[in-house]
Design a protein around this ligand. Structure first.
Ligand SMILES: Cc1cc2nc3c(=O)[nH]c(=O)nc-3n(C[C@H](O)[C@H](O)[C@H](O)COP(=O)(O)OP(=O)(O)OC[C@H]3O[C@@H](n4cnc5c(N)ncnc54)[C@H](O)[C@@H]3O)c2cc1C
Length: 342
């Protein structure tokens, strides 16, 4: 059985991992240079920082086992300091005592997909955007953005965010009414956008929390965290803030000049921290995530109805929970269904 997986995010990598012992030839196509999708890590100077997903929550036992027992756990770290809260007025309050684990890796959260894929024989084609999909002679033929053939497969697993999966379904050459039904269901999944500002300072930050989260969702800043509390991410004596702006605020500015949006973001973070020292980071970075977080999941079963034709869907939007652990758990489940479809 030949299996194509489109996307090497947490879910796509988990699908490949679940197929590692199956009698399957697995090929993964990823449009970016790196793997792990929205669970992303960048390096700059001597720092590395997770500028998309901050960490993997420990809410799923299967995923906990995967991270702590099945995969190489060297460099797996739990961010121990607490998350505090703030409201629309910027008033900061000590968070509830919680002992949930917040997993990432010394080398960054992208290790999740890297370590999953390392345990497979899958062929991974990076910088390869799948654009054309056709059903031909009972198989799935794929083509890239230059219309070059990428091969023909018995099973196809689509894992891009729902709007990008809907684009693929819109142009898919598959003369079957399930295509229209599943397209409409997938296209209906709404997303929140998030603008991420990254601010580096050549001094230490002395606060008792790892992160601050806006609980009433009425502050321009949605989340602010300290990357230096993740072992291996920031050299001693320095600090690096990851500031994720609120959904409404980000959505209104996602097409604006990013340098201007960055400046405004730094201003709001400085105000929240009530210290002008944060107004002037010595370097910054940013990322506008247009499709950051699905707002709920796909409704109905049309996506499952396609499995008879060898077409599967995986990702956070499939389960309606915009979390890495949910994407991983769903990828494992979908991969197991593909394996048992042999
Ligand atoms: C700013 C931000 C903060 C977040 N914070 C957290 C957090 O703290 N904790 C948490 O658990 N979750 C968090 N999340 C959510 C988490 O990142 C996602 O739920 C999870 O990473 C989704 O994984 P996925 O595999 O479903 O999708 P993705 O990670 O989006 O993977 C899909 C992959 O498909 C690729 N792709 C798309 N189209 C094509 C194509 N045509 N051809 C080839 N490849 C394609 C993409 O490049 C991508 O790599 C956050 C997300 C964002 C954006």
């Amino acid at each position: 059985m030949n299996v194509a997986i489109v996307g090497a995010g947490a879910s796509g990598a988990a699908v490949a991992y679940a197929l590692r012992d199956a009698d399957a030839d697995v090929t993964v196509f990823e449009k970016s240079r790196g793997v792990c999708g929205r669970a992303a890590t960048r390096r700059r100077e001597d720092c590395q920082y997770d500028h998309g997903a901050n960490y993997v929550k420990d809410e799923d036992e299967r995923v906990n086992r995967l991270l702590t027992e099945e995969l190489d756990s060297e460099g797996l770290v739990d961010v121990e300091a607490p998350v505090w809260t703030f409201d629309a007025s910027g008033e900061i309050t000590e968070g509830r005592a919680d002992d949930e684990r917040k997993w990432t890796y010394e080398d960054g959260i992208t290790q999740v997909a890297k370590r999953l894929l390392a345990r497979t024989d899958a062929t991974v084609h990076r910088e390869t955007r799948v654009e054309g999909i056709a059903r031909e002679d009972g198989r799935w033929s794929l083509a890239d953005s230059e219309d070059a053939a990428l091969g023909s497969f018995d099973r196809l697993v689509l894992t891009p965010p729902a709007p990008q999966t809907a684009d693929l379904l819109a142009t898919m050459a598959w003369d079957d009414e399930r295509r229209i039904d599943v397209h409409d269901a997938v296209a209906a999944v709404d997303y929140a956008s998030v603008f991420t500002a990254v601010c580096h300072y050549p001094f230490e930050l002395d606060r008792p929390w790892y992160a601050l989260v806006n609980t009433d969702r009425e502050h321009p800043v949605g989340w602010l965290s300290r990357e230096e509390l993740k072992p291996g991410h920031v050299p001693d004596g320095e600090s690096l803030l990851v500031v994720q702006m609120g959904h409404d605020w980000s959505g209104e500015r996602i097409d604006d000049d990013p340098d201007q949006v960055l400046r405004e973001s730094v201003g709001h973070a400085t105000e929240l921290l009530a210290d002008d020292a944060f107004a002037d980071p010595d370097w910054t970075d940013h990322q506008g995530w247009r499709y950051a977080l699905p707002d709920g999941g796909v409704t109905g079963d049309t996506h499952r109805d396609c499995e008879d034709a060898g077409l599967y869907f995986a990702g956070d939007w499939v389960v309606g929970e915009s979390r890495v652990h949910a994407a991983l758990a769903n990828g494992l489940e979908v991969g197991e269904r593909v394996a048992s479809s042999e």
